[in-house]
Design a protein around this ligand. Structure first.
Ligand code: CMC
Length: 389
């Protein structure tokens, strides 16, 4: 049949060439457009990183300023779109609400849904960057039963997002600069990660020439799963479970090693990193500093550190090269900022958005790209005769 390789989970197969992100999993290296993540996290802002991922170079101060202003002008969402949330139950998971709302956004912007029109793609890029945080905050507000706020365009990207989540109609909201800075940094750390499951999904859907809104909605759905972005929520559930049950870290680790009921150490392990995830290192550094500045002492952070220590000293994890990944420490920080666990993966999605868009644009401008169409190895019944009736 011409089938050459069977590769479950694409462990050995490159699906594309890409100029956006470089990872060396053995050395624990991550670079966006050639710049090391550590240097970017120390010196940049999320919207600057978004520009870098999209256009390949750092913007000039004027370019960045004009671009930020353009994004701000597009923060309003159509009034009718808000009614979408009325049709959903209050207990709906915010990730389901987000993927629905982003697909629905596309129905309002068919003028920017053209795939091969450069200007249309540019407009769709701006619209998505501007509006996705707004609908994400609406998903949060829906679950709280609180009124949706309008964006305040005098605020920065992250400040605006915080206010939409935590502000109310009743009182003015003061953004805590420590929280805003920490969140901006977390978004930077999530901004791209080459061909992970959600990005590959965005690229596969994009390869069919589906519009960018539908492609990103599909990426959000792929990110939702606990083996991918959903791990940040699962980590917090795991830590809270250990705290509430009174189980010792040691016996929990034993249960993981014995693969009891399929229990895993969530936030550990990675397909590509066989060394410490460089993002996890940066998050861990921030976690202590941010919790201290906010005056929060969270016993979950102590449990997380104890778990990490136990795992790093245990042959089960050492021999399998299992280290903390980006999701291990983020939840503790999001919690300190006031987000409920069900919003954690939504925050990941907002961070990953520029990477998804950059990768979608790469698919749709690279002349070598073809529609994605994996092969299979058929293992079903050989030909047989349908019964005569
Ligand atoms: N806890 C316990 N054992 C593990 C874990 C873990 N978190 N991760 C992998 N292993 C074991 C696995 O059971 C296997 O053992 P054995 O050889 O005895 O069968 C071995 O390590 C190799 O694992 P694998 O499942 O073949 O590795 P993979 O590359 O297919 O999976 C992974 C990668 C991230 C899905 C997996 O490590 C995992 O499930 N981790 C927990 C979920 C998680 O934290 N996901 C977030 C990933 S990073 C950010 C993101 O993408 O969102």
């Amino acid at each position: 049949t011409g089938l050459t390789t069977l590769d479950y989970g694409f462990v050995n197969t490159a699906s594309t060439a890409s100029a956006i992100t470089y990872i060396d999993g053995d050395a624990g290296i991550l670079r966006y457009r050639g710049y090391p993540i550590e240097q970017i996290a120390a010196n940049s802002t999320f919207l600057e990183v978004a520009w870098l991922l999209l256009y390949g170079e750092l913007p000039s101060a004027d370019e960045l300023d004009a671009w930020e202003k353009r994004i701000r002008r597009h923060t309003l969402v159509h009034e009718d779109l808000k009614h979408l949330f009325e049709a959903l139950p209050y207990h709906a998971h915010p990730m389901s609400m987000l993927s629905s709302a982003v697909a629905a956004l596309g129905t309002y912007y068919e003028d920017s849904a053209a795939v091969d029109d450069k200007e249309a793609v540019e407009l769709a890029t701006i619209r998505l960057l501007a509006k996705m945080p707004v609908v994400a905050a609406y998903a949060h507000k829906k679950s709280l039963g609180q009124a949706f706020l309008y964006p305040d365009n005098s605020l920065s990207y992250v400040e605006n997002f915080l206010r939409l989540n935590f502000g109310t109609m009743a009182e003015p909201y003061e953004v805590n600069p420590v929280v805003a800075k920490a969140l901006d940094r977390l978004l930077i750390l999530h901004a791209d990660h080459e061909q992970n499951a959600s990005t590959s999904t965005v690229r596969l859907v994009g390869s069919t020439k589906a519009n960018i809104f539908s492609s990103i909605s599909a990426g959000i759905s792929a990110l939702y799963g606990p083996l991918h972005g959903g791990a940040n929520e699962a980590v917090l559930e795991m830590l809270a479970g250990i705290r509430d049950s009174g189980e010792s870290v040691k016996t929990f680790v034993e249960r993981v090693k014995n693969k009891e009921d399929g229990v895993k150490l969530m936030g550990f392990g990675h397909r590509v990193y066989k060394n410490y995830d460089p993002r996890a290192k940066l998050v861990k550094e921030s976690a202590d500093a941010v919790l201290e500045e906010l005056g929060v002492h969270d016993p979950l952070l102590d449990i997380a550190k104890e778990l990490e220590q136990a795992a790093l000293e245990d042959d089960y994890f050492v021999s399998r090269k299992l280290y903390p990944n980006v999701d291990f420490y983020t939840g503790v920080m999001y919690k300190a900022m006031g987000f409920p666990p069900r919003m954690f993966t939504v925050l990941f999605a907002i961070g990953r958005l520029p990477g998804w868009i950059a990768q979608w644009r790469e698919v749709n401008t690279d002349p070598a790209t073809k529609i994605g169409r994996p092969q299979q190895l058929y293992i079903g019944s050989p030909e047989r005769q349908f019964p005569q009736r």
